[in-house]
Design a protein around this ligand. Structure first.
Ligand SMILES: [Zn+2]
Length: 151
């Protein structure tokens, strides 16, 4: 069994550095080494416009990959990724996520009291509406007790 040289936690037999991941990451020696290596690489790249353009393209791609599905709400991004992994097409995923979203919204509204729902509607800009009674009013006059409305 191999253990971390800093904290004694068991590490994989294939571990080469001798430290577990948390210790390795927080090890100041290693941090300095990694930082120096990155710095050196950066110094190299800075003078090479072609390489800089390549770096920019890669980071742009990485950024767009993270937010690739602009149609997909953020809270469903993981779900979208899972569906994508299972081989669903974009159209199918859009439909599935729209359904899921509608279901979640329905569930959320069902968990609220009617008062809370009304308050939310007001907060979203709903206005009070006059209710006009559609029932015909009582007749103003009668003919000998027979309602004019009945004539
Ligand atoms: Zn450790």
């Amino acid at each position: 069994m191999k253990v971390c040289i800093d904290c004694g936690v068991e590490v994989s037999m294939r571990n080469k550095g001798g430290r577990c991941h948390p210790c390795s990451v927080s090890n100041p020696e290693r941090r300095a080494k990694v930082s120096a290596a990155l710095h050196a690489r950066w110094e190299c790249w800075r003078d090479d416009p072609e390489q800089m353009e390549r770096v920019r393209t890669v980071s742009r791609k990485a950024r767009t990959a993270q937010t690739a599905a602009h149609w997909c709400p953020r809270e469903y991004a993981d779900y979208n990724r899972k569906l994508k992994g299972r081989g669903f097409s974009v159209e199918e995923r859009k439909r599935i996520i729209a359904e899921e979203q509608a279901r979640d919204e329905k569930r959320r509204l069902a968990a609220m009291t009617p008062f809370e729902r009304q308050m939310e509607r007001l907060a979203k800009g709903a206005r009070l509406v006059d209710v006009v009674p559609m029932r015909r009013g009582d007749p103003v006059v009668t003919l000998g007790g027979v309602s004019a409305g009945l004539l």
